[in-house]
Design a protein around this ligand. Sequence first.
Ligand code: AR6
Length: 181
Amino acid sequence: MSRKEILQGAAMSAKIELIKGDITELDAGAIVNAANNRLSGGGGVDGAIHRASGPELLNECRLLHGCDTGDAKITGGYKLKAKFVIHTVGPVWNGGSWDEDRLLASCYKKCLKLAVENNVKTIAFPCVSTGVYNFPIDRAAAIALREIGEFIKTDNCLEKIIIVCFDEHNYGAYSKLMAAN
Ligand code: AR6
């Protein structure tokens, strides 16, 4: 992916907001969960979302029969301020020759599509795959911004897309790419 391609895609619309913090605290239409294939809860942001949402979230997840890598499924938000949780399963980084880039791009596409289908106006993303799944942070940020940028070029439904970084490294990667616009 060339730098030009990333930046054109992102075109840093005012709709994209970058914040550092805990995604579970956000009052958004939907927050995205970086889940696993079984949608069974886990550590990282997945664990935080399940803890904050309460046991009803896992009960609803159990009815969904898992989620493929690169795909997304939606549930209620229960005790969260967010109305919905969109669960997506990012790829585990295995060196880059296992379709990781395309699968991560697909996560962002599918989440945005589901948000629009559910009339969500504000969606918040964590940095999918950049924790336990070990996806390189700069590369993941470039893919996320490209996909979000491409999507909002033609979408009239979403009003705000919030990228939530929990750590300084991710925040720095996004800040750099976004500042270049
Ligand atoms: N708010 C926002 N971002 C967070 C939070 C939070 N409360 N907590 C962590 N992050 P990870 P993955 C960031 O490991 O790499 C789970 O066990 C974190 O700093 O949560 O996609 C699932 O069940 C990192 O940048 O998700 C899967 O098995 C980002 O969220 C597996 O981990 C993603 O880190 C998924 O791995």
